[in-house]
Design a binder for this molecule. Structure first.
Ligand SMILES: *Cc1c(COP(=O)(O)O)cnc(C)c1O
Length: 413
């Protein structure tokens, strides 16, 4: 069995590992275990469980450790973490959180202390940016913003930074779809003398199907599972994954302190979505590519920002080096600024005007006045978030209906 198991591919593994029906009265799919506390099999087992939880002992291979209390761990989190691992190439361990921000926050808190520096790409998710620039700065952590896709400058910043403990990359950047070279950044971080900074990648936009940061030298991959992993815009969750289990051990104990593990019901829902994330993302990417390439020539559109339409040679090189498929996010730069963008949004009949992304339904938003509205004029200019920019997250509808919807809305502009 062990030999056979080692050759299983991810779509098989996600459906066959991490769950023993005999522990759920024979149920073919996992049950939901909503208990907040667990009955110990003996006082000795309780003592052992606490020693392991506190890090005073490590479990023997194959040892069944008693569960303790659901803020630390519970069966639905364990099943979910076991099943998500094969989806992330190179991962050996996972932790689930009650949001993407909870995963990012716990990762940063685990590896940063006052006096340390975190280098991060911009534009980055707004919550992440505020966490670093408004909150961590007050706790004595310095942040170095690095412009996405500027390979040479990022290289230099990572070589020169003092007390660099964490590198956080989000690629492609949102909403401009600019890619940052993960391998180059990981190499630059590794080439510093002394303790190597922890390289983290927020892989929400293209992972786990199309981009594999652990194979490109990253140490920790972070997700908003709210997006593609859950896929139906009906729950909030997050993940951290790593090749090295020890890297996640500190995050696990912080999660127990912070109380930001995902609840059993949401774990169970998310668990049922994992086997289809590859199918959904493939369909979404194909849809997006067809629509983006059709709209690229539309007279009312200045530019479509999408990986298959890159014209910059450095961006094309990065795309080829680290992305299997272009993904399901594109942005449209409309002629006529904010007025055109708003008219476009107002006239869509199938696609919905909402923030968030990654769901089976198509969502469209105006970043400048919503997701990125906290930017200064300088940040807007640097990130190239313009008045006419509209961001699209493509779902699994028939692409021809979506294209017709976009073309009709453009007629009304
Ligand atoms: C949505 C998102 C987050 C935050 O995730 P939540 O689940 O909303 O907390 C972080 N990073 C990226 C790239 C996102 O799209």
């Amino acid at each position: 069995m062990a030999d056979n198991k080692s050759v299983l591919r991810p779509p098989t593994e996600v459906l066959t590992r991490g769950f023993d029906p005999s522990l759920s009265v024979g149920s073919a799919r996992p049950a939901v275990f909503r208990s907040s506390t667990y009955v110990f099999s003996s006082p000795e087992a309780a003592e052992r469980a606490f020693d392991i939880m506190a890090g005073r002992a490590t479990p023997e291979p194959g040892e069944q450790v008693d569960l303790v209390y659901s803020r630390f761990n519970h069966p639905n989190a364990e099943i979910l973490e076991d099943q998500v691992v094969p989806l992330e190439a190179g991962a050996h361990a996972a932790l689930v959180f009650n949001s993407g921000m909870a995963a990012i926050m716990t990762a940063l808190f685990a590896f940063l202390k006052p006096g340390d520096t975190v280098a991060y790409t911009v534009p980055i998710y707004g919550g992440t940016q505020k966490l670093i620039e408004n909150f961590l700065a007050g706790w004595g952590v310095s942040g170095i913003a690095m412009r996405a896709g500027q390979t040479e400058q990022i290289d230099q910043a990572l070589r020169d930074a003092k007390n660099l403990r964490v590198v956080l990359i989000e690629t492609p950047a949102n909403p401009t779809i600019i890619m940052t070279d993960i391998r180059r950044a990981a190499d630059a971080a590794a080439s510093r003398g002394g303790e190597k900074p922890v390289v983290m990648v927020d892989n929400t936009m293209l992972g786990p199907a199309f981009q594999h940061p652990l194979q490109l030298g990253a140490d920790i991959v972070l997700y908003s599972a709210t997006k593609y992993l859950s896929g139906f815009s009906d729950l909030i969750g997050g993940f951290a994954l790593a090749s090295d289990r020890a890297l996640l051990a500190k995050m696990r104990s912080l999660r127990g302190l912070f109380g930001n593990i995902l609840q059993p019901d949401e774990c169970w829902m998310l668990d049922g979505r994992l086997p289809t994330v590859g199918l959904r993302m493939n369909r979404q990417s194909k849809n997006a590519q067809r629509i983006a390439e059709h709209l690229a020539a539309h007279p009312k559109i200045k530019k479509v920002l999408y990986p298959s339409l890159f014209d910059d040679s450095e961006q094309i090189r990065i795309r080829a080096a680290q992305c299997d498929f272009p993904g399901a996010m594109f942005s449209l730069e409309l002629r006529g600024g904010k007025k055109s963008a708003f008219e476009f949004l107002r006239n869509l009949q199938l696609a919905r005007n909402a923030v968030s992304l990654g769901g089976v339904e198509t969502l469209v938003c105006h970043p400048k006045t919503t997701t990125h509205s906290g930017f200064t004029e300088e940040q807007f200019a640097e990130a190239r978030v313009t008045d006419g920019l509209v961001r699209v997250s493509v779902g699994i509808e028939d692409w021809r209906d979506l294209l017709a919807d976009f073309e009709h809305a453009l007629e009304c502009v």
